[in-house]
Design a protein around this ligand. Structure first.
Ligand code: ZN
Length: 271
């Protein structure tokens, strides 16, 4: 699935900042886009495109062209809101999410779900709801698009949230959860943790020399039975006996005809 994330305005864009200039809207938008990208990439088959650019203010037409040419499946535009003249603080606060006011059932569904997850994850006291508007990003992107306003830079309480890294991460998790829910994305299974190296001994007679090797490699020693049942490490040092029957792909066999020869091979390996 190809997901377009749009961070909106550039940090230098006029007016797009808190009244006290303690936050540029883009600082919030771009960071949430980064966090959302990180979250989304933990799901199978996801590709992410940014339409914003740290270096310049990308015009709206260029952003939707880029998104459409890339053939994105959905677009989410991330913003921080402003109320009034933008130069004074006021008490208007809250979260709202937009879809296009033309026919866009998939956009509506996406926006409604983003709004729902934003309220659920942030526990913000002011739910301004799902809205429809004729915004360029929503109208010109050819598939489902939503624009989320995560809080007001012109409200002191919201501004404190918008400036907090925790809130930014929470917004990213909420946006991701909404996309995951609507499009049934599957989490990538993490590879089970596996030690880099382990030592396998054939019998207790091999233990004394294996202990030297364990100190040298800073790795654990396993009895043979363990290593026959499960792969104990990526690289397995066999001290006594052969690799036959052991689970794994990468073996270093340090075994001789008897425990004295085995000890000699281990000592030669350690050097
Ligand atoms: Zn904005």
């Amino acid at each position: 699935m190809k997901i377009v994330l749009d961070g909106g305005h550039h940090p230098e864009t006029a007016g797009k900042r808190a009244p006290d200039d303690s936050l540029r809207e883009a600082q919030f938008n771009f960071q949430v886009a980064e966090y959302t990208r990180e979250e989304l990439l933990t799901y199978e088959g996801v590709q992410v495109l940014f339409t914003h650019d740290y270096g310049r203010d990308v015009p709206l037409v260029e952003r939707t062209n880029k998104a459409n040419e890339w053939d994105g499946d959905i677009l989410v535009s991330i913003h921080a809101n402003a109320f009034g003249d933008g130069k004074t603080f006021n008490n208007v606060r809250g979260i709202e999410t937009y879809s296009w006011n033309g026919p866009s059932p998939n956009g509506d569904r996406l926006a409604i779900e983003i709004q729902r997850k934003m309220m659920e994850f942030t526990k913000h006291p002011s739910n301004r709801g799902h809205k429809q508007a004729d915004f360029h990003m929503l109208r010109e992107f050819k598939r489902a698009a939503a624009l989320v306003e995560c809080g007001f830079m012109t409200n002191r309480e919201d501004l404190a949230l918008l400036k907090s890294d925790t809130y930014r991460k929470t917004c990213a998790k909420a946006i991701t959860a909404a996309i995951v829910g609507v499009y049934n994305l599957t989490k990538i299974k993490e590879e089970p943790f596996m030690l880099e190296r382990a030592i396998v001994i054939n019998s207790a007679a091999d233990y004394p020399v294996a202990e030297f090797l364990a100190r040298f490699l800073k790795s654990p020693i396993h009895p043979r039975k363990n290593a026959e049942e499960t792969q104990v490490a990526k690289e397995i040092f066999v001290v006594g006996g052969t690799q036959a029957g052991l689970k794994g792909t990468n073996f270093i066999v340090l075994s001789g005809e008897n425990r004295f020869e085995t000890a000699a091979k281990v000592k030669a390996y350690i050097g």
